[in-house]
Write a protein that binds this ligand. Sequence first.
Ligand code: CA
Length: 455
Amino acid sequence: MSDFSRVTRRKFLATTGVSAAGALLLKGCGGNPPSATAPTEATDATAAPGPVAEGGSPETPNIKLGYIPIVESAPLIIAQEKGFFAKYGMTGVEVSKQANWASARDNVTIGSGGGGIDGGQWQMPMPHLISEGIITNGQKVPMYVLAQLVTQGNGIAVAGLHAGKGLGLDLSGTAAEYVKGFASTNGRKFKAAHTFPNVNQDFWIRYWFAAGGVDPDNDIDLLAVPPAETVQGMRNGTMDAFSTGDPWPYRIVTDDIGFMGALTHEIWAFHPEEYLAVRADWVDANPNATKALLKAVMEAQQWCDDVANRDELVTIVSGRNYFNIPSEILVPPYKGEYTMGDGKQAFNDLNAGPLYWKDPKGSVSYPYKSHDTWFLTESMRWGFHKDQLTDFDTVKRIVDAVNREDIWREAATEAGFTADIPQDTSRGIETFFDGIKFDPANPEAYLSSLQIKRA
Ligand code: CA
């Protein structure tokens, strides 16, 4: 890495002052020794050189994709380990673990040519914010959203000291009063954390609090904190809640750190979670390679959803080269088994956990424009990036520039996954647990219907 990029990188990190520490999240998971299970070699039958079905051959077999070691990244790891990338001619894919979300952002800004990455796994709407230069010190790096990687698999954890106060899915009433009144008896506000500001985990916990009548900007302290620090705080009584992803929801209860207030499955069933997005300059220069990449990820997503493969999935992703955690802690979430704690009924439903290809509402993998629109609308709700996200015409312009569902469609068609291609770029009206509806055709109406907002 050049001195210049070192300085630039430091500047980025200093500017945000935030570290998501996805790696720490898992390493800090309870002091267990690293799993001795190494990932399987990519010697599966699927790795055998085969015809690149439809479409031209890839312009390059090489791309560097970043990932954070959490369940959202499984399709990228599986595409590599089970030979799907190779099957479609992408024999030089590098799947590169990122220290945290800020590093992933900085690495995609410099690109693989500068020692960074070409794309990879993102919380939303990071690709849109990077494209517009909003979280990159004004440097616009156009990106394309190519696929959704996963739905669900996230939730809100609450520290054990708040057990018995009714902090469940619906906070309205006594639970909300308890949270809001916490400062008067404890000398500090109720404190909650996520791993990176203004993206998924921040949105999920904000939605949950606000739906129950708790203003996340005024009634509590909500901030970005590395996961290991958050969990330590939950143990010692200085942190009260954590917007987090698998396998934390499992560890929170089994390690006696606290209980689950809600799963994201409960807040918004089959919600958009994390995405595959790649630099636009790479995609524009390598259209066939982009489709090859997508076909491999799609096939990996189908593989991940086959329950017959879930044990192997757990073995591969928990391995030392990837998540580096004991494999047994990933088994329950991949069965949709969540012990909630605090007297709440446990979940035992595959459809409550992470799904990668399809869910009961349609395609998981297809990047619906209506979901990008929700993430940017929710950003407006909370007054994020006010100077840039000024109106819904701007939202539409950004979504149309960044979301490349057309490439997803082409790739799916060429790969023969035609039965699973959605008809429309909108999934239609979305309904949240509190009855609030988001009509992508009328986001203004959604904003007006919300009680707590900064817009
Ligand atoms: Ca997540």
